[in-house]
Design a binder for this molecule. Sequence first.
Ligand code: GLU
Length: 420
Amino acid sequence: MSKSESVFEMALEQLGDAAQRLNLNASTLRVLSHCERELTVALPVVMDDGRIEVFTGHRVQHSSARGPCKGGIRFHHDVSIDEVKALSMWMTWKCAVVNIPYGGAKGGITVDVTKLTKNEIRRLTRRYTVAMLPIIGSHSDIPAPDVNTSAETMGWIMDTVSMFRGSTVLDIVTGKSIELGGSLGRREATGRGVMFNALELLKRVDQAPSETSVSVQGFGNVGSVSADLLQKEGCRIVAVSDVSGAYYKEDGLPITDMIEYCKSSQNGLLDGFDAPGMTKISNTELLELDVDLLVPAALEKQITEKNADKIKAKFIVEGANGPVTPVAEKILLSKDKYVVPDILANSGGVVVSYFEWVQSIQSFFWDEDEVNRNLKRVIVNSFKSVWEMAEREKVDLRNAAMMIAVDRVARALDARGIFP
Ligand code: GLU
């Protein structure tokens, strides 16, 4: 893999920038540039027709300096160890910037879920869970949903661990269904966090939500909820997309109907959805639309040096992890755009994961208002710290967020010392 293709290189570059501004000592930077633990496993699965397929799975723990490792598991055909390493490092910074007591981890299986039946995915998930048993744990590494995984997947993981332990373990995963001790508000939490971040940014630049047009790339858990909640706050959602294409309507899309449609559509996609006045555009056109706010909520590396100078949106709020490459970000910043970085913008999910974990440990559950109120408090305060750091240090929002996060992790490392 060439350097420019590596997502982990991109994560290292962002760390290097923050380390330089923080004057971080070389030893600490060396430690933080490595992932603590990487586990790659072969996962044989009996397919419905009796054939045995073997899939590859990973779990990477980047840092446990500030607490147990935390992070989602994604099922995607592009999953690689390089990507999982980058995502695990971003989880470390994400948990640190919002100051929740976790380190960072991530997991993934290289699989095209559209080619498997539900039973096959369930067996694959259970096999992956058992393969990861030596390193996951309620107080060491707690998985959660990510791309193409959901509350249902978490239920299978929780059940598998419980079968092996001989008793029901609630705090081994977050993002569980409510029936299994999940938290109210967790499913919507990442999108709700995106919305809070967008509103905080708009407030700082004196722009009313009612005068803000938005395009959202991705209509999964993050994109759909972000679009829905931003619309409820008065924004005009002119375009959304998923792998079936992009959908455009100048005076605003019927987001509620689109979400409803996806509940029973093939693979949960928008394919076949129709509404008066709506047209289909390409994913490239969606990214380059003349809107105020762009929420990339799909995968990494969507805005690169190839399309950065065509992006017209003034505000970019990263619903996905790593959608803007460092070179692209420099181009955007040179045109006075604002990029709310992933580690802050999409942190709502892991913040409510933390609330869920606390509730699971205590077996004492909060109402939805309490969850949402606490989420808002964490996001609003974190945004404020990042904004103030950016102004004080005269840096962009990613650098500011990274400086806060890396500094917190470095201090924890320093306080603990290096074993032995
Ligand atoms: N996968 C989500 C993320 O990237 C959530 C992780 C979690 O809740 O642990 O932030």
